[in-house]
Write a protein that binds this ligand. Sequence first.
Ligand SMILES: [Zn+2]
Length: 270
Amino acid sequence: MIKPSNSHVSRRHVLKAAGFGAAALALPGGLLADEAAKKNKTHFFTLSFDDGFKKSSLQTAESYEKYKLSACINVIATAHLPDFVLPNEYHRWPVGDFGLWNELQSRGHEIMPHGYKHANKRELPLAEAKDLIRRCLDYFSKELKGFDPKKAVFNFPFNASTPELERWLPSEVMAFRTGGPPVNPLPHRGQSKLTCTNYGPDNTDAHLIGEIDKWLAEPSGWFIYNTHGLDDEGYGPLSASVLDRILGRLVAMPHVEIVPAARALTAVSS
Ligand SMILES: [Zn+2]
């Protein structure tokens, strides 16, 4: 099981070295130590992977596991079904199913909803958009082990939300992700709107690296960037080798926390 943060991993290592067993992690003092360790984190980092391509999702998970990190993977409820209608040409690669999503979740990764059928909610009447989101959350509740909408982040297809949906959604889910500036306030209780940017349809490497450098130059902030597949899959694909380099670079920075979106918010709301 992957621990959700570097601070957990390094603490466990330290505790082990000091002769403490795993039980020490459950002590209240241990929890306080974790919170204290987290206070030194000025920069939070989330790559938010959409659309659930099978090959890319497996490769993304392995890339994060190399650094004992958890990936943030957002999938379409019905994309694995035979009658699924592709929203556009950027969805033409094979996708995973809930067998794979449950497996990746059990390996420590975060699996979150990215729509019932990847509809653009800005182009639909409000009632229809709400109905699709409810059906998406119902589907996840049935198919994804332990899924709780109140602890979920709904990731808008096309990052396309409306003011009406944004007002309504916090009654259904913990938070939602939509389009906007990539640097958000650090995770805090009651934070329900997350914004992100992305780049496409060509390779996203250079754009992502440029945005990361801008974020690192700021005194603090939670960087959320929407990616899709790796190498040759999806809209604005990210090179697998570049993902590896980015994770390796950031994991070595003590002030950076690499964390999936819902986990970042759950940690501050409990
Ligand atoms: Zn999508």
